[in-house]
Design a protein around this ligand. Structure first.
Ligand code: SAM
Length: 332
């Protein structure tokens, strides 16, 4: 087994999040605008074979964990093929997916059989009207059916992601946390991050609910939250358990408690660029290398350069949305 690659700050980077598309079937208020989006065409996305090549190169460098995301990954018609190809690469330790769940009733069993292990399902409200206001094109019934399909298919543990957005869903924090009393689900509350530009980023900035506030709401209604040790190095969630609960309540706090110091992840955009940090615009293009006839070694060299140039962090806690640096010297 190769040693896990380290970045310039000594962090072991062994987790690759792969975006499969920038398209989505929902329009969450803090994520995507209703109009004015310019989305890539599918021919611009890495195809299943190209994704497999990146995964092979990543494994050869010491990467072990992979997550599929988007946009909405279940919109890719070749999703089952992609998961199957990844699962067959020797050395791939874990494949998970982040999804809004809407297409899981049709896909969960096939994805499990192809080698997907787990899903994180995005659910911001348990109230149909509030959910329609915050996730816009989604419905509670559709997402709930997706969660049930995932559980039935054995995609466990079920993790739910709720983005807490002031004026939209603070009332849902307590009922969502209460789901963990009877179920072994992990319900994680995420602070809004000002991603992108315009109204969407404005909402994320204005409507931030600090995790401490969500936590206080939960404890006032449901009792003290006992801290749990981190489940693994790549878990950005600070996990807790309610008294007598089966499941886990987690807080993901990129704004008020950044976890950049333990970040072990690299991102691959749907168009094949390694993105060095979620909140940093610097990218390294791997698609050009693949389509120009470059083999696994060329891909691995680009990924290694991306690891070495990973920035320290995003400093959202200081009110910045990116860590601006000079253009990277990419020669080495
Ligand atoms: N479509 C999938 C989904 O809804 O989960 C995967 C992509 S989505 C970008 C991944 C996760 O990012 C979502 O689960 C949501 O919780 C989170 N997210 C999106 N926009 C965010 C924002 N501005 N701040 C914090 N979290 C955000």
């Amino acid at each position: 087994m190769p040693a896990v690659p380290r970045d310039g700050y000594g962090r072991e980077i062994d987790y690759l999040r792969i975006s499969l598309t920038d398209h989505c079937n929902l329009r969450c208020v803090y994520c995507m605008p209703l109009a004015g989006l310019s989305l890539a065409s599918p021919s611009e996305f890495l195809d299943a074979g190209e994704i497999e090549s990146v995964v092979r190169a990543a494994v050869a460098l010491g990467f072990r964990k992979f997550r599929l995301t988007g946009g909405e990954p279940t919109l890719r018609p070749d999703l089952v093929d992609i998961v199957g190809r990844m699962a067959r690469v020797p050395g791939v330790g874990d494949i998970a997916m982040t999804t809004n769940g809407v297409r899981l009733p049709a896909l969960a069993a096939e994805l499990r059989a192809a080698g997907l292990r787990r899903v994180n399902v995005h659910l911001d409200s348990l109230d149909p009207e509030r959910l329609a206001r915050i996730m816009r094109w989604g419905s509670l019934a559709a997402i709930w059916a997706g969660i049930e399909a995932a559980e039935e298919a054995g995609l466990r543990p079920i993790k739910l992601n709720a983005v807490v957005t002031r004026g939209f869903n603070e009332q849902d924090v307590v009922p969502l946390a209460a789901l963990t009393l009877a179920r072994d689900w992990h319900v994680r509350f995420i602070e809004t991050m000002p991603l992108g530009v315009g109204e969407v980023a404005g909402i994320a900035r204005r409507c931030l609910v600090p995790s401490a506030e969500s936590r206080a709401l939960i404890e006032a209604a449901l009792g003290p939250l006992a801290p749990l040790p981190p489940f693994d190095r790549s878990d950005e969630s600070r996990n807790h358990r309610l008294p007598g609960a089966r499941g886990v309540v987690g807080f993901i706090s990129p704004v008020t408690e950044p976890y950049c110091g333990t970040c072990n992840r690299m991102r691959l955009t749907a168009e094949g660029r390694f993105h060095l940090c979620l909140l940093n615009d610097d990218e390294l293009d791997v698609r050009a290398a693949l389509r120009g006839g470059g083999g696994l070694e060329a891909v691995a060299a680009i990924l290694l350069r991306a690891v070495r140039h990973k920035p320290t962090g995003h400093r959202l806690d200081l009110g910045l949305s990116t860590e601006r640096r000079e253009m990277y010297q990419l020669g080495g």
